[in-house]
Unconditional design. Structure first.
Length: 428
């Protein structure tokens, strides 16, 4: 039986999850793969920190060079997070001919193309299944199981924090601030939740999904991004009345020569499978020209779900480490002329909520303004006897630039008190 020696970088929640998974399932892993996996060294900042291993354990080290120069270590598993020093360590590991497994979506979204090219030049593997949707094997499905398809759409709930917050706001009618505080208390949200609630985390993951799914190089900065902090209980109430649920969706579409990339709060039909994804769970909904519609669902974060994906990559490396034709998931492709569509050209439906003065004829003037900009209205809801009154408009599918021009013109109207909300609507 072959022994695979791991150098583990980082021993936080996921790192300790990898350790726990190995201790619990070592017999099953060895039996199914013919490989014994052992953690030889673990890079930590502070050996004295309370962990599942005592500070005196010889596997703990604060020296990266000790791990890099150990000829027995076959695979570097990077679970530190952040850009640096993770990028430096991965670059040095690949250059030294070591395989790398990482869960670092921010690093891959920003530097994945560069690292993929380096891995290819050195003849080693760079794997990153755990970087998107935790324990859901979505990347392997895209690059292997679905490789005979031309994917036309990848749409997902890929951030558990925001899905938990929106689920609580929907189920318990709480405010955004209350739901966020609960998410933080339960460990679903960081003390600084910016990366999650403003859509950065989901945009990182969409960059990876689109690069693989559409076989083109996608830059993180090309992804349009909005967060959820402007969503109110009133928006959720109106959405339900209209037959929708609000989710933070990551959306990528193949538009025959261009690709569409966006992350933002979205109203989707209450009967759609993605609408049923609750709390911190993730789901990715894929459309392929052969397979049709598929949805992958599961835990998108946590120690053991993420460790499961990490170990899957480690074992794939072990089985193919001496194989020049090992399956890889490159984030670097030759330019193929596929540009990212401008957000102005995006076509979808829109929910627009306005607060206006209760003046006769105001509804007609606003509707006329929409029409003058080429925006066709599907429905209008007016509620409340107080001044100001709330007007909700849902448009037919139209271009983003037309809606934004209409809003710009409406802001000039004396009757307007506030543009209280704009949410895109996907009829999928």
């Amino acid at each position: 039986m072959k022994t695979v020696h791991i150098g583990l970088l980082g021993f936080g929640v996921v790192g300790q999850g990898v350790w726990q998974l190995l201790q619990t399932n070592q017999e099953e892993i060895s039996h199914q793969t013919g490989n014994k996996v052992t953690v030889k060294k673990i890079l930590v900042r502070d050996p004295e920190k309370n962990r599942v291993l005592p500070a005196a354990d010889p596997r703990l080290t604060t020296s990266w060079q000790t791990i890099l120069q150990d000829a027995e270590i076959d695979v570097i598993v990077e679970l530190m997070g952040g850009i640096e020093p993770a990028k430096q360590y991965i670059t040095e590991a690949l250059s030294a001919g070591k395989h790398v497994v990482t869960a670092n979506k921010a690093l891959l979204a920003q530097h994945g193309s560069e690292l993929s090219r380096l891995a290819a030049r050195r003849g080693v593997q760079l794997r990153y299944e755990a970087s998107v949707a935790g324990g859901i094997p979505i990347l392997q499905a895209i690059r292997e199981s679905l490789c005979a398809n031309r994917l036309t759409s990848i749409m997902g709930i890929v951030n558990g924090t925001t899905n938990y917050i929106l689920s609580k706001m929907t189920q318990e009618k709480t405010t955004y601030e209350e739901a966020l505080a609960e998410a933080q208390a339960k460990g679903y949200a960081e003390a600084d939740p910016t990366a999650d609630v403003e859509g950065f985390d989901a945009a990182h993951k969409l960059t990876i999904l689109a690069s693989l799914g559409f076989q083109t190089t996608v830059e993180f900065g090309q992804v349009y991004r909005e967060g959820i902090n402007s969503i109110t209980p009133l928006d959720i109430e109106y959405a339900a009345e209209l037959g929708y649920v609000i989710k933070l969706l990551a959306i990528a579409r193949d538009l025959e020569g261009k690709i569409e990339l966006r992350v933002h709060p979205t109203m989707i039909a209450a009967g759609h499978p993605l609408a049923s994804v609750q709390d911190a769970y993730n789901a990715v909904y894929i459309q392929g020209n052969a397979v049709g519609d598929l949805m992958f669902y599961g835990k998108g974060a946590g120690d053991l779900p993420t460790a499961s994906a990490v170990m899957g990559d480690v074992l794939n490396v072990a089985q193919h480490r001496n194989n020049d034709h090992a399956p890889t998931y490159p984030l670097a492709y030759q330019p193929n002329g596929r540009k990212v569509q401008s957000m102005d050209e995006t076509t979808t439906a829109y929910y627009v909520r306005l607060l206006v003065k209760d003046i006769p004829g105001v509804l007609g003037r606003i509707a006329t303004t929409f029409g003058n900009c080429g925006v066709s209205l599907s429905s209008v809801i007016q509620k409340g006897d107080a001044d100001p009154v709330s007007l909700v408009f849902v448009t037919h599918r139209t271009r983003e630039i037309a809606v934004q021009q209409a809003i710009k013109d409406i802001r000039l109207m004396d009757e307007l008190v506030e543009v209280a909300g704009i949410i895109r609507v996907e009829d999928i």
